[in-house]
Design a protein around this ligand. Sequence first.
Ligand SMILES: *Cc1c(COP(=O)(O)O)cnc(C)c1O
Length: 540
Amino acid sequence: MAKAEVSLEHLFRVFTKPEHNDSTLAKIERHLSDNVSDFLSQHVVTKKTSLEEIEQDFSSAHVPDSPEFVSSHAEALLDKLVAHSVNTYAPTFIGHMTSALPYFHLPLSKLMVGLNQNLVKIETSKAFTPLERQTLGMMHNLIYAQDEDFYSQYLHSAEHSLGAFCSGGTIANITALWVARNLKLGPQPGFSGVNKAGLASAYRHYNIHNLGLMTSRRGHYSLGKAVDVLGIGRDNLLSIDSPRQILEPEKALAFGKAYQEKGNSLLAIIGIAGTTETGHIDPLDELADVAKELGCHFHVDAAWGGATLFSERNRSKLAGIEKADSVTIDAHKQMYVPMGAGMAIFKDPKASNAVRHHAQYILRQGSKDLGATTLEGSRNGMAMMVYSSFHIFGRRGYELLIDRAIDQAHAFADMINAHECFELMTAPVLSLLTYRLRPIELKGLENESSQQQRMLNEQLDELTVSIQKQQREAGKSFVSRTRIEIEKYNNQAITVFRVVLANPLTTNDDLKAILAEQVALAEGHAIWQGLSKHPRAKIA
Ligand SMILES: *Cc1c(COP(=O)(O)O)cnc(C)c1O
């Protein structure tokens, strides 16, 4: 590796002088600006498949002693890092919520990094602060649709906030539940509030045995982190069985009542608008009523599905979301913003005062510093990417993308249903579905004895795991897998392929090719061969 000189003169150049036009870094920049997909398909060329092999390139625990030239470092990055990244732009990469980004984000992120604003306080962000507040207000309006007076009163008010911008759904969920906790265990005569006195005193004062958080079994794992961080404890994350993939209101009510009768208090019910595993939406309207009856906070985790609100045709699937006290949205999922864009939105503009924090040198009383009510401190100007996306796509542009993805999920479900080698496990509600390979000989398996079902499902589970790995390693396409309880199999947990149709560049032919590849892999697999010979008579 070519070493640069160790001098301030060299370092000043690094700060101020761009690389010359034919340097590696300049070439990377040009290629990225010309055609990101082409850049990725040329440079992401996974030759090393095992992580152990890749780890060898990252094995030293020493900070390099001497400076390197930027260009030679860029070469090394291409070779060691970029080559072994994941091409999330590939149209056949349909396993996760991370996909291709629209073009404008590359120059805009350069602008954002170049400006290097810090949103924690006005002094380092100026116009970025009103921009972020407006962006949160637009999202608030999409969910709660208050009148113009409401937004002109609260959008830029120093004593209020319509939400908290943060790095993602996890922090948004934690922020929302932090606010809920501080409101529930707030100050009273003789008690200074949980934020000052701590949880132990709060439980004593309020005479609470345990504080619980209720969600369906499909709740995102960030909720487990939230109850841990907030001191509520993982044992008090009440995950209700959900063989129909939703939190059933009657079950929630009965469970909540029984829980409260034991001297416990319920902090919140979490309704999910688009579960991470299957894309199902909880009955939000009814759950809001249950929360009201149980006297607890109602939070909706719409990290993934929230963008459905852009679609006139599909937004009714989230009916009742406007009754939520708080809502989590991830712009870096179905809103095609680069990672690092989450939002916790609060119905009541005063709610986040429950976590307001002041400090002497920043976040002064009466200031509009966003850092006073956010969990994170220093934050970059990601809100600009959301703001720009709102403008560049418009609600109607997003509507087209959302509707297209949902339509494509239905088309894919039809392909799966029409194919004799597959079984659709959960039909799409949004643009997510699960399925598995299943030989025609096992059609009607749900009608067999539970012992037969169990035995054969276990073999199919093993097949699903093996085919998913083989397909991923072959590198042409990627679907993910998960394990979910399925009602028609007596709530048995079953391993399934999981598909998220997020990339607008994915075509129906890509989907056909993915199914064909899976069939080809299955036909060479011993389990498939064995099950295909399974005489129907023997199942019965
Ligand atoms: C993705 C997701 C989260 C977590 O969001 P991050 O941005 O990964 O922190 C939470 N809830 C749901 C439903 C999600 O889909």
